[in-house]
Design a protein. Sequence first.
Length: 471
Amino acid sequence: AACQIGMYGLGPMGRSLVLNLADHGYATAAYNITADLTWQLMKVPELPGLVTPFFNEHDFIAGLKQPRTVMIMVKSGSPVDQVIARLLPLMDPGDIIIEGGNSDFRDTARRLRAVNEKGVMYIGTGVSGGEEGARRGPSLMPGGNREAWPLVKELLQSIAARNPQGQPCCEWIGPEGAGHFVKTHHNGIEYGVMQVIGEVCWVLRALGLSNGEMADTMDGWNRHMKAFLLEITAQVLRANDDDGSPLLDHVLDVAGAKGTGAGTVVSALDLGQAVNILAAGVAARLMSTNRPRRLAIRDAYNVPEPVLSGPLEEWKEKLGLALEAAFALAYAQGFTTLEEASIQYNWGLNLPQIASIWGGGCIIRAQILNEIAAAFTADPKLDTLLLAPAFVECIGRGVPALREVVSACVMAGLPVPAMNSALSNFDSMRSPGLISASVIALLRDLFGAHTFQRVDRPGTFHRDWQRDAAR
Ligand code: NDP
């Protein structure tokens, strides 16, 4: 019998999505460019009978019910273009391609136009939640040809996670590459928040806590923050090596990255958004990579390990408040970028719905997303989450603690770039006057005649700096 959907690409994500689809009763055609991964899938114990393997592209496409739906789940970048180029000649007008990799949203817009020329519809969807999410229920962010949405809505929503309110974590995001853009900025928040968590762990270590005590502390905070990333931090802190010693103590201090964070910073900067918390997360990972260089510098400067002291319970309370404030500032920064993209690209993004989609299945799911959804529902024109009452309350309460934590770390030589960025983001935004910006305005006017504005008069001004110099 004809399959309802075809999955092209059976790496960790494609394979998990195939099993998820079959679990939900969808007859699924499975294809991978090398047969090895297809055979691996077919050897999965208790493989549902609804999965049919294919070993050439022609048969794979021919095995699909019309109009055909093909999901591509391969390495992002040129492999996606190569796969589309191979599949498109085999497809007919009215068929649908869904591409679910971590694609650049501009590539998605370009591919959509090319595929549409053949009458085939195109959806670029963000998929979050990693391999386990893909298997048990990811958060899905589809965008592209809206006319394709009614045809795939039921299927995509059925395999998606449910948020705590029981709604599917999959809704239509917007046109062009909107789905992939939103996924990218989900990852951007993830970068910032993970760096904050890493810094908090280091602070706890510098206070002398064991890994188990650190995990217990995370669990305590997580009782009300309900953040998946805090939950899995407690899990990794508790993990032991084969000999029973803490795994963390054996792990090299090098954090990997595939470049998505850097791309996300660039896409935010293109929109005029500072995203300094996300950027701090990206930079921190980059600084970790060249370990030989770091060790040479460490030896040249010969500085001791950072140590923090003071009453432990007070520290934990302050750190908890600082963590909450830094989380709020990181999520707010991500949502501001989405809001700006929606305006500049005319996407009509539904921000409360995006918060609700992220409420389950994805890596950044957390209690704070309920407050974000509520804030944008209460005031759809809300300019920034920093002005939402729940945020004013949380950040107002947490910032004094964040300030104390950052100061103590700076004095101890313990780097906290993400917490520091969150704090300077807040201090810049709430400052009565940015003297530094006024100085820069004058410097730019002096060397480049870029003009400046005044607080006491409207208009733009340029000073004759030569005349000053001549005096
Ligand atoms: P990979 O990103 O490692 O991609 C592997 C798959 O791509 C394999 O099936 C591979 O086939 C195929 N592939 C690579 N090059 C080509 C090509 N030129 N033509 C055809 N197929 C090709 O696997 P993942 O499953 O981890 O990820 C798939 C996509 O999902 C990526 O874009 C990734 O960024 C994204 N993603 C991944 C997440 C994760 O947690 N892993 C989470 C969310 C999204 P073969 O091995 O036979 O060459």
